[in-house]
Design a protein around this ligand. Structure first.
Ligand code: AMO
Length: 430
């Protein structure tokens, strides 16, 4: 019976492994193969005079990245990976790989990101690439566990919708029988409606679609959003939850992904400490004014250059709070004493924004006015507005980009590195 390669230790006498042929070397009387599964790599040593003829002919025929099944005896040997080697009694080619490979898995030949993404299935065989997705998996596990154990209900909401959520631009129209429909930009309206349904604490982890016109290293056209909504909570309470979730993800990676972090050369990985500073928007603008040449004033969006300057000043995760109502979505709750400022926040990593959220407007008439003030038509939001007329608890929530969380955690240069099959302006395949 096959065992994971990691479990083949010098103490094991005999083993059967299945995996990909990582490397192949023929040294005359001896052949060496490295065989890889998702747990590790083992050297298979073939002394040509001592192994059965069937083994020899299979080894002669095999190519790199073929899938092989090897059964044999385990010997301790210092120089080999993991301090052991496998000497085969049987060697079966389960699936022969064609040559040449479209992409070099052992990374001897560097490939650009586009070539890698074209052959993502091969790219992901690279241990360093697989490590990114193991880390992403650990983050998601931590997030799910944290939310489930805090009493959140996981919901799934439609991705095919009739109206824009976050404003009219960046929308993908689709053909939906005889109607016009769109891919949803955010579960925002649905998670809020579930507050009207009395669920109190909901979350969804799913795709969001944004028709970003330009290719950047931090935008995708299909991203994964971790979305949360909580009744009877204000913006401070959901900021505290967001902080906990981000730290829980880092902690999980720190405690379970050491080998992957080592592969990624992140030996100095650190869990951020809480509380994250709360920086008022107004002060953020002052920092940007001092530290950048680009003109920026109160009421402007915080662009990439400003974001970078403020991030350098802050040095680690921080929140930007108390945003001008005019530049946040209609659903963000204005302060009673100064409605020009709202209870919205962004969670920032020094490199970029990770999440936005707010306490929401839960008063029907105010919400209608806010929708109008953004130049939108309340008629197209009737399905969303109606629940606000029949008892709507005050509520707050946020959306956290999963790819940006992983990208900033691992210091990846391009957000596409944190998605298996990215969708961008030019990429729809694979
Ligand atoms: P927002 O539009 O700020 O807020 O999105 C929330 C978070 O989702 C991630 N994100 C993206 N990641 C990669 N590529 C994109 N094109 C992209 N767009 C968004 C970011 C961002 O911070 N409804 C609100 C959330 C809320 O208030 O609950 C919303 O969608 O990490």
């Amino acid at each position: 019976m096959r065992i994971p390669i990691q479990e083949v230790t010098p103490g094991v006498e005999r083993a059967e492994i299945v995996g990909f042929v990582h490397e192949l070397r023929d040294l005359g009387g001896l052949s060496f193969l490295l065989v890889r599964d998702r747990t590790g790599i083992i050297q298979v040593t073939v002394p040509k005079k001592k192994v059965p003829e069937a083994v020899l002919s299979a080894v002669r025929e095999v190519s790199r990245e073929s899938v092989v099944r090897v059964r044999g005896t385990v010997k301790a040997i210092e120089k080999a990976p993991g301090g052991r080697e496998l000497v085969p009694e049987s060697f079966e080619i389960v699936s022969l790989a064609e040559s040449p490979l479209p992409l070099d898995v052992v990374e001897k030949v560097p490939a650009d990101l586009d070539t890698r993404l074209d052959s993502r299935f091969l790219d992901a065989r690279r241990p360093r690439v697989a490590a990114v997705f193991q880390v992403r998996n650990a983050c998601m596990q931590a997030v799910y566990e944290h939310l489930f154990s805090s009493g959140f209900i996981h919901i799934t909401t439609p991705k095919v919708v009739a109206a824009a959520t976050e404003g009219g631009t960046e929308l993908f129209p689709i053909a939906y029988f005889e109607k016009e429909a769109f891919l949803n930009q955010s579960p925002q309206l649905y998670k809020q409606m579930m507050m009207g349904a009395g669920f109190e604490k909901v979350f969804e982890i799913g795709p969001i679609f944004r028709a970003e016109e330009h290719n950047t290293t931090k935008h995708l056209n299909e991203a994964t959003s971790i979305d949360v909504e909580v009744s009877y909570a204000d913006h401070h309470q959901v900021m505290a939850l967001l902080e906990e979730i981000v730290i829980a993800a880092y902690r999980r990676v720190d405690s379970t992904c050491r080998a992957f972090l080592d592969l990624l050369e992140l030996g100095d990985f650190e869990v951020p400490s809480s509380p994250f500073p709360r920086l008022p928007y107004e002060e953020a603008i002052t920092i940007a004014q001092k530290k950048t040449d680009e003109p920026i004033s109160y009421g402007d969006d915080i662009g990439t250059a400003a974001e970078k300057a403020i991030g350098e000043e802050m040095g680690s995760h921080y929140f930007i709070v108390d945003w001008p109502t005019a530049i946040k979505p209609y659903y963000a709750m204005p302060y009673d004493d100064d409605p020009s400022v709202c209870k919205a926040f962004d969670l920032m990593h020094p490199r970029m924004e990770l999440s936005s959220g707010s306490q929401r407007v839960h008063q029907h008439d105010l919400l209608v006015r806010q929708i109008q003030s953004k130049g939108l038509n309340p008629e197209s939001f009737l399905f969303y507005l109606t629940p606000f007329r029949y008892g709507m608890p005050p509520h707050s929530g946020w959306g956290l980009g999963a790819e940006r969380l992983v990208m900033t955690m691992l210091g990846l240069q391009n957000i596409r590195e944190a998605v298996l099959f990215p969708r961008d302006r030019h990429r729809l395949v694979p």
